[in-house]
Design a protein around this ligand. Sequence first.
Ligand code: ZN
Length: 562
Amino acid sequence: MRWAVPVFLAWGTTLAHDAAPLPDSQIARPAGQFGLPLQGPPGPSTWLLGQLYGNTTGAYRQRNTGYRAGQGIHFGLDFLARCGTPVVAIGDGVVTDVDGPHGSPPHNLVIDHGNGLSSLYGHLLERSPLRPGSRVKRGQVVGKVGDSQFSCTAAPHLHLEIRDSSHQRFFNPIPYIAADWDSLSLVGGFSRTFQRDLDNPHRWQYPDRQPQARRGGPLLNNYARTWPPVPGTNAQPRTLPGNFAGLSGPALLSRASRSETQNLPNPRPITSGGCCVNPIWSPDSSTVLFLDKPSPQSPAAIYGVLVGQPTLPRAMLPLAHYAPNLAYAIVPGMPSLIQRISDGQRFFLNTQGNNVFWSPTNERVAWNTTSTQGNFDQRSTQVWVARLEGAPQEITTLYGGGLVGWLDEETLLLTGKRTPTDALRNLETLHLRSGERRILTSASGMRSILPSPDGRWIVYYVAFDRPERNGLFVVSREGEKRRLDWFGSYRWRDARRLVYIPLVLDEPNHRLYEYDLRSNASRRLADLGAKVVGDQWQISPDGQRVVFVSSRDRNLWVLELP
Ligand SMILES: [Zn+2]
């Protein structure tokens, strides 16, 4: 399931900076020499990592506008927190600018660290009481978190940049700041995916491997062919890309049972060379699928590895989004192309370039169209439903939210506000035939909303709201709500069990736990022997396996669950 989460964006720097960029020889190399800009442990009542530095999908969509000055990438690192949360200096230094010409409003502060590097603290709530020339120590409070949209309800966050002291070059803060980034990346405001260049899809796909940017330089991500498509901009696709007939994907749909995997080491790598990100499972749990182009000669396509018989990845499916059971492919466009895999039947549907949510039987699809105007918490989203051969029907409008997914063939799960000025967002169901709507819960915002495979329970978390509203919750379709006593990254294993990785910093490895709704208790499942990179892990549909991108070697590893 996907859901529309507000993407917290920096405002681009608008004023001219004319100094010459410092050469590499005058700039300290990244060596974890700085600290985090927020105090204490992360969590739903303190702070969480937000948008990463680099070639994020969100920045790509604004490469010609808000992020043009940074060559089309997000040239800072975002931390989510309530307005007013203290911001601390990442290192010793001297304040050089208070509300200087550096963008990132309402207020900003720059500290020169004396090694060719400066740190910028953006979207501060108020003007810092510090003066240019003030000496500051690492960990000293230098400001308060504010909101890039001036409201404290739209997008409260800190935007942190590490620049050269001429303000011409921007660096990824991650290798400069000593922190457990793999664990911090487990939880945050929105998807952590990076835009793919289909001619070089391995480049810039990990949080710590992102390019430098130079003020006003040419776009780094002006891709001829890219993935995912940007809603509303893709031309009209006529066919699925690549030679579909030669691919082995349709066999995935007819395989009777998953392959035998006894006596294989656990966990074990299934790829080599650090190839792959964003893995998904085939419906029969036999195969891990991912976008790849293993050599310059090979096509960009969906490749797969049979986990029972690891071999080199094979091209299996054309590059597209797929229904969860792989029965249909969709290439978003104007209109979008939908193709049935079994017989090649094509449908064209005006989803305005958006990907769709498939109903459980695949008979209907639903999607969001979201305004690009206004504050994130007040933007309108229209929810649409259509049969593959029917006309799109506009179902409802929500503000600061949208469709989350289907709970059953007649019921949509929605989040958002009914009017732009409501204080709280709802999580609610909408019955398509009767039109009945039922509010399950309300809070400032529900994040990482995941319905259980049978659509009966929904897990989500609330952060930076009142303390009694913050935390991780499950709520049933009937409105029975339960607060869980753990916090971290979670996936459904089956209709009643969640598997999770706790958000705990500085442990050597990530560990999997399982929470059972029936017993309301957790148990430890397994040690991954490494950390998960970028929250990239998925449970197979049969609930028996986990695939993850390992911090050990950036390969895909598979674990059989006990
Ligand atoms: Zn930012």
